[in-house]
Write a protein that binds this ligand. Sequence first.
Ligand code: NAP
Length: 300
Amino acid sequence: MRILLSGCEGQLGRALAVVLPSHGELHAFAKADFDLTDEAAMRAVLDRVHPDLIVNAAAYTAVDQAETEAALAMAVNGVGPGVLAGWAAAHGAAVLHYSTDYVFDGEGTGPYRESDAVCPVNQYGASKLAGEQAIRDSGARHLIARTSWLYDGAGRNFLTTIRRLAAEREELRIVEDQFGAPTSVGWLAAATGRILAGASGPTLFQGDSGGVLHMAAAGITSWHGFATAIIDETRRRGFPIKAERVVPIPASAYPTPARRPHNSVFALDRLRGEFGIAPPPWREVLSQVFEAMPCGAANI
Ligand SMILES: NC(=O)c1ccc[n+]([C@@H]2O[C@H](COP(=O)([O-])OP(=O)(O)OC[C@H]3O[C@@H](n4cnc5c(N)ncnc54)[C@H](OP(=O)(O)O)[C@@H]3O)[C@@H](O)[C@H]2O)c1
């Protein structure tokens, strides 16, 4: 199977680039060579590589900036995936695309199922929802993997930001009334690999084996709970830390240009039942991510 990976320099893209070579001949592209806003260039690459599977890890992910760059966010997240999927439909290829908890408004009280009504509350969420719809409309075999609260041990994300701030400040003030499940890109990439190992060729994502799938670690926490766990792990491993207090604050005390859902928790029954993947507790995965960090990773 020939696999085209887009967004290979993003945090998820880097993790997928490690896993995907076990599942086929990987052709990985960064933005410079596969820009989702450049339809002609994309088509030229697709015609040349002629993939059996397109894995789209590229996205416009600057949630707050998207409020003032809505057209660009829509071009990358809403229109580009439709171009990919249109090519896939015309050439019998399959599409694996990543989407987000931000397609929901977060007003629901329980975990969100794949079939629950969507209603994004910000421009980023609206652009990601448009991408989902464009892929569905293309008629291509597809899996849209919605995930949440992605992080890694390196790069720029919540974990590395909290570690940096905890080394610089005595007090951190972190939002306590938004809930979700932190999900490491390493786990998500490995789980993606398991899905690909389960089926390939023309049956991949055919009919009931495709559609929308919620993929996240198990359990629930708040940003405050996640930050506290990061600081505990950092301290336990002897990395330098200055923070003595992690003060819980409501989201209303931390205004941002984009509104964010209060509830980002996914129901993971489809992942468990149909794909046979038992998501590990988020806290356990966090420890593993720390375990894998090189000793010098304190200076991030
Ligand atoms: N991060 C999260 O917490 C989170 C949560 C839920 C869902 N997701 C979804 O998970 C997927 C992976 O996210 P991530 O955290 O890995 O994001 P990321 O680290 O921001 O990576 C996205 C990659 O896409 C590239 N990109 C941006 N514009 C592009 C364009 N026009 N054409 C091609 N590539 C472009 C970026 O390049 P530049 O950096 O050079 O712009 C970057 O390398 C995305 O679909 C995202 O919506 C993420």
